[in-house]
Ligand binder design. Sequence first.
Ligand SMILES: Nc1ncnc2c1ncn2[C@@H]1O[C@H](COP(=O)(O)OP(=O)(O)OP(=O)(O)O)[C@@H](O)[C@H]1O
Length: 402
Amino acid sequence: MTKTLLEAENVTYTYPNGPVALAGVSVRIEAGSKTALVGPNGAGKSTLLLMLNGMLRPASGVIRFDDRPLAYDNRSLRELRRRVGFVFQNPDVQIVAPTVEQDVAFGPVNLGLPPDAVREAVRDALGYVGLRGYEKRPPHHLSGGEKKRVAIAGILAMEPAVLVFDEPTSALDPASSEEVMELLDELASGGRTVLVSTHDVELAYHWADSVVLMERGGVLARGPPEAVFSDHALLASARLKPPALLDLYNELNLRRVIDRGVPPKSVLEFTDRIERAMHGHAPARDGTGRIYLCNADLTGGDEVRRLIKQGTVEHVGAMGTRAKEFANRERILLDYTYGVIDKCILKALIGENSLIITTGGMVEHVHRRIGEYSAESGRTLAVTSVREPEEIPHPNNERIPS
Ligand SMILES: Nc1ncnc2c1ncn2[C@@H]1O[C@H](COP(=O)(O)OP(=O)(O)OP(=O)(O)O)[C@@H](O)[C@H]1O
């Protein structure tokens, strides 16, 4: 049973001398979910997010956190903002201190944590967003993507249960955007509830498990992204276009080229579906390319460089900020910095070898994802752990059964 953690019920709001921004909005955010508020400019997304964190107060209706209506006295709001962290669209609004370290420490210091605990919170948060070594840098000299990470670290340092991001990828280049979204994935897989606003339907389709479609201060639809984004008329009324992958899938389905089923969310899923439609089944391809897996917590860069130099692996990807830091430090050039597992599976399916660098709990995640893919597709994919001689092999190592 999922639990509703944040809830808006019939909320209205009009800015002083402004338009009606919210005209009776009800939404529920489930604990542990990845929710996207999607809508065009001016739909009311930011206004709703600001309410969920108590920065705006509804004219009518109610906001609840953990089943309790919000109270708007200073003490209650301070406590709420510790539990519901808010990352603004523009990181310059959020960054207040002259150095990265002081900025990230701002929240924990205000919470009254002792100096040791503050240092630990700052170190952990900077590590999480991949900004260790940036402690003494002035935030206003950083790139847009780095500033965004500082802002996220500042919120993470307070260990909130919910993270709210207003347009997390605005003004970021495509790679930085994907990296920020992967960071949000990591946070969600660590048990946090993540809520974003965006007008990017492609992003919402790939990333979210639940979508709220907004327009003119109201909610047009809510549900799984594949359902909400399959309704062209609804999307058109919100001045949005369907995600390309889903649009293509629906057209192929209408022409009876592929059967209706769960719509594909990735190129990997889509190509498998088309192959199955063409051949009646997924062609068996034993002797496919191999996926090498490097746990950067246990392996040095020498072994990885050797594999690349020998031509054993043709493609290299890193998952997670610590793995990317490792690659950077070891001067390992990365082909993939996001969507890494799927990209490596795609390469294995055409007989090419690749290497995934990752760390900690993500190692299990890679084994699990490839195992799931093998079970679903009926294809056996080989995974080989890259390890120093004294390392103990992973029990799932070598071959993942289909
Ligand atoms: N500070 C403000 N003062 C007056 N009107 C405002 C203010 N902020 C927002 N509005 C108005 O409220 C409505 C909803 O704006 P909001 O920023 O919540 O939409 P949004 O969906 O987040 O849009 P965007 O994607 O452009 O950020 C818009 O008509 C906007 O012009």
